[in-house]
Design a protein around this ligand. Sequence first.
Ligand code: ADP
Ligand code: MG
Length: 275
Amino acid sequence: MLLEARKVTKRFGGVVALHDLDLQVEEQTIHSIIGPNGAGKTTFFNCVTGFLVPDEGEILLDGQPITGLRPDQIARLGIARTYQTIRLFRFLTVLDNVLIGLHPHVHYGVLDAVIRSRRYHRSERAAEREARELLRYLGLAGKEFVVANNLSYGDQRRLEIARALALRPRLLLLDEPTAGMNPYETGQMITLIRRLRDERGMTILLIEHDMKVVMNISDLVTVLDFGEKIAEGKPAEVQANPLVIEAYLGRGAASGLGTIAAQAPSDESMSDAGS
Ligand code: ADP
Ligand code: MG
């Protein structure tokens, strides 16, 4: 198991956003977390990435406890994420957005930078090569000098992933990567996520509201409701689980699991700020 959460509880005042949550993510799998709005999905991401500290329980990466570490420390240990609401340096170029992600891996000191030493130039060139390679991988070649703000929505989502990959993570957390995408962009995103697992050996933990996406790419699905795990299993098992159907349909929705996406508009929830 690459990631393990043990009895994680997180409260916000009277709200129990996560309650005694056990969750294990196996290496080189695509593991989806689904559940109605407010189920605690983003809160879980925030706990894993150190933006929030759980009130109880612990989280381990590859057997090492990471609970209580700062977000930058956790990032260095190999966990990268994207956000439910796109966060880019909107007025920087595509290339610079990725170079910022690469920063922890650039090896030169302040002095090297000031005197523009050979080490500085070599390091910068290597970083740029790596950034360009990542952009090519994500289908953003040729857009290196476009200002992020001017990219299409789908491209912005991909750029966020490029920046996360620049951290060279072992575990990638994607918070509703297809939110707001058209069917074509969603199809491309599915292909990309699968390639990350198959070609790069990555482990992906995915929060996703589009059931078609979830059923299509997940190795395992965990269903949360009111901060608790109510089901877990292969996509088809989860889809047929009465508890799961009730968690969604019990809230006034009209039809089956295939349309869960339609009743769960991507919220700009408070916890997404990771504050
Ligand atoms: P999901 O991502 O599954 O939609 P969230 O993790 O965003 O759910 O939210 C879970 C619950 O915790 C909700 O009731 C939400 O209002 C609450 N919550 C999340 N973040 C905060 C916060 N920073 N302060 C107060 N309440 C929060
Ligand atoms: Mg959320």
